[in-house]
Structures are given as structure tokens and as C-alpha cells.
Design a protein around this ligand. Structure first.
Ligand code: URA
Length: 230
């Protein structure tokens, strides 16, 4: 929301008052005097008038979890434990998942209460690469490399997958980089070659790498540098 609208929405100020307060340099946003009416403020912004706090600003949360298998990528589930059950934070119910994983997929999962941040990470236009380690039941057909790079047609969604990079690490092991997140995408891509994915682990999302110090089920807050990279 624009700062002038935020001020004018408070019962005590008219739109004209809001303009005057801004012009006089009496409004601070996150500690900085702000004169621009069109400055965007959010629930996370601390907004002050002289020495009075108009909005304290909610704490923004950004967590990295090493998701274990057997855990639902949901905030609630009637039967299974969810990734939120692994988070011991007072405001965990305000978190959402930025990029789900299947029940038995392990690895990097990001949770936040900042919708703008998670949209930047997951929106299709951002084309952030997601890297997965894949293990398969049968030997991987080397033809997968070219087929995945060309894209596979998924009839159900009537779309062709974006070019994906497959690097063979062993007969039944590979690293796959995707730039989108379709339903069961990795499993369906290997399924096209009649090969079953037996283990799937996400190593990174865009510039964010899973911290190797995190065991399965453990999490930590992102650093300011990691947050700013998205
Ligand atoms: N593709 C899958 O098939 N499963 C996941 O969990 C992620 C990508």
C-alpha cells in the first residue's frame, strides 16, 4: 500500500494531513525519514510519526527446512504430520510454503510469512532453477538428456515442459535442473521413459542452497544475505 494511503486510512488524518506530514519530513519508515507519497509500505514496515509508532511492523520470517520423507507439504493434514509440525516457532501458523514437495521427497523447503518474497521465488516468469538429485529403479536412458532438454508434452495440462538439464551421476542417479514446478514433474518426466523415481531430493532453489549442516527435519532462519538474493 502507498504510504500516503496508509496515513489517510488512519481515522485521525485526512489525505491533506497525510501530504503535509510527508512534506514536513515527519514520517519515518523503517527508521528513515520518508517524503515520497508513493513509497510502498507493508505489514512488515515500521512507520513512525515524530516519536510515535503508527505501525510497529510485523516480524518477517524466512526459514529453510531440510524436509524429511513421510511428511506432507501442507500447513494442515488430517492424517499425516506436516512440515509445519517440524517448526517450533510461536508464529508458525502464519507461515506458508514457497514451493511444495511430494510426501516422500526430501530436501530444501522454504517457509515464510512474506507473500511478495515467495511469489518472486515461485512465479513462473522468474524462471528460478530448482535442482534435484534423482534416484531411479532402472538405469537411466541417456536419451533422457536430449528429451528433457527439448521439453516433454504433458497432455493433461496441454503444455510442453521448459528445457531441463539432466546430468548423469551414475547408472541410476542424476541431477536434474527444472525451471518450473508442475505436478509430480520429475516423476512424470522419468515415467515417460518407464523409469520409476525411487528417491528425490531438492538441493537448491534459485540462488538458495540447502545448508549441509541441516539434518533431515531440521531448519534455520535464512541469513539477511540469502533473503536479499530473492
Ligand atoms: N517433482 C516431483 O515429482 N516431486 C517433487 O516433490 C518435486 C518435483
Amino acid at each position: 500500500m502507498r504510504l500516503d494511503r496508509f496515513l489517510a486510512n488512519l481515522p485521525r488524518f485526512s489525505r491533506q494531513d497525510a501530504r503535509h506530514l510527508l512534506a514536513e519530513g515527519r514520517i519515518r519508515v523503517d527508521g528513515q525519514a520518508m517524503r515520497a507519497m508513493d513509497c510502498e509500505v507493508r505489514l512488515f514496515s515500521r512507520i513512525e510519526l515524530d516519536d510515535e509508532v503508527l505501525q510497529a511492523g510485523k516480524a518477517a520470517r524466512y526459514l529453510m527446512l531440510n524436509k524429511p520423507a513421510g511428511c506432507a507439504s501442507a500447513t494442515r493434514d488430517a492424517v499425516h504430520r506436516t512440515v509445519l509440525d517440524l517448526i517450533a516457532e510461536p508464529d508458525r501458523d502464519e507461515l506458508h510454503i514457497a514451493g511444495r514437495l511430494d510426501f516422500n521427497t526430501t530436501g530444501l523447503m522454504l517457509l515464510t510469512n512474506d507473500g511478495q518474497w515467495s511469489r518472486r521465488l515461485t512465479q513462473p516468469s522468474s524462471l528460478q532453477g530448482k535442482v534435484y538429485l534423482v534416484e531411479t529403479e532402472d538405469e537411466i536412458d541417456p536419451g533422457c538428456i536430449e528429451a528433457f532438454a527439448q521439453g516433454l508434452y504433458f497432455r493433461f495440462e496441454n503444455l510442453t515442459t521448459l528445457p531441463a538439464r539432466l546430468e548423469l551421476l551414475g547408472p541410476r542417479r542424476a541431477r536434474l535442473t527444472l525451471h518450473e514446478g508442475r505436478y509430480h514433474q520429475v516423476k512424470r518426466m522419468f515415467g515417460r521413459f518407464d523409469n520409476k523415481v525411487t528417491a528425490l531430493h531438492r538441493e537448491s532453489m534459485g540462488p538458495l542452497l540447502l545448508d549441509s549442516a541441516l539434518d533431515l527435519g531440521e531448519y534455520r532462519p535464512l541469513t539477511p544475505h540469502e533473503i536479499a538474493r530473492i
